[in-house]
Design a protein around this ligand. Structure first.
Ligand code: HEM
Ligand code: HEM
Length: 182
């Protein structure tokens, strides 16, 4: 089943969700490692993977949003309270915004610090701002603040998914699992 319907996600939506979730967890580990590593060739290499994976996430997100716009989204369980519906909508919207803002601020740090960089050795990353060390430092702070927000929203997202499954015993988690159709 390719397209989403009223009570289940199609295969492309599930693939985007889980592939990007795996990339984002790896990306967070790479960012934390790269930032804390002592200055050495390994640190440069960790940043190479962090920046490449981050730009891949941004590209995948563009495709994911196009697919989402071309599809309906499954309905939330009947009887779910209004505040929970609002919280689900707001947190999903925030996750999408963070998946854009996090790589774009990283891209700004890279441009402002004037570091030439090729994504996965292949595609030269164009500069989106002119070189400016103060701007690079400011955006490094913003990038870190966004990560703190992402970490917080992600924990809430995962707790909510587990609550749907184990406490409310509805199909919200099951219908996102790759091997289940509904
Ligand atoms: C979903 C995408 C991304 C996530 C979740 C993410 C997350 C992180 C995290 C957790 C850190 C460590 C923060 C710290 O402890 O100081 C970090 C640092 C950094 N990231 Fe990203 N990042 C993303 C995308 C990118 C991209 C696309 C670039 C560049 C093209 C980038 C460039 C950097 C740089 C330069 C730093 C070091 C900042 C500093 O000097 O403190 N990031 N990122
Ligand atoms: C173990 C980790 C995760 C679990 C258990 C999980 C679980 C779920 C579930 C069950 C849904 C479906 C909600 C519904 O049917 O209404 C969902 C949707 C969503 N998840 Fe996750 N998720 C995880 C990781 C992530 C990560 C890392 C991100 C991105 C930062 C993410 C972003 C989203 C977004 C944006 C949606 C809304 C989809 C839409 O409406 O288009 N998830 N997640």
């Amino acid at each position: 089943m390719l397209r989403n319907d009223t009570d289940s996600w199609g295969a492309p939506a599930k693939l985007f969700h889980w592939l990007m979730a795996a990339l984002i967890f790896a990306q967070i580990a790479l960012g934390l490692l790269a930032a804390s590593w002592r200055l050495s060739p390994t640190k440069i290499e960790l940043f190479f993977w962090h920046k490449s994976t981050g730009m891949l996430i941004l590209a995948l997100l563009a495709l994911r949003l196009l697919w989402r716009l071309a599809n309906r989204t499954p309905e939330l369980p009947v009887g779910m309270p209004a505040w929970e519906r609002a919280a689900a909508r707001a947190s999903h919207g925030l996750l999408y915004l963070l998946m854009i803002a996090q790589p774009v601020t990283g891209w700004i740090i890279n441009s402002a610090s004037n570091v030439p960089f090729r994504i996965f050795w292949l595609i030269p990353l164009p500069a989106i701002v002119t070189p400016d060390q103060a701007l690079a430092d400011l955006f490094a702070l913003i990038h870190r603040g966004l990560f703190a927000t992402l970490a917080f929203v992600l924990v809430a997202h995962i707790v909510a998914a587990l609550r749907h499954h184990f406490v409310k015993r509805n199909s919200v988690l099951i219908r996102m699992l790759p091997w289940r159709t509904r």
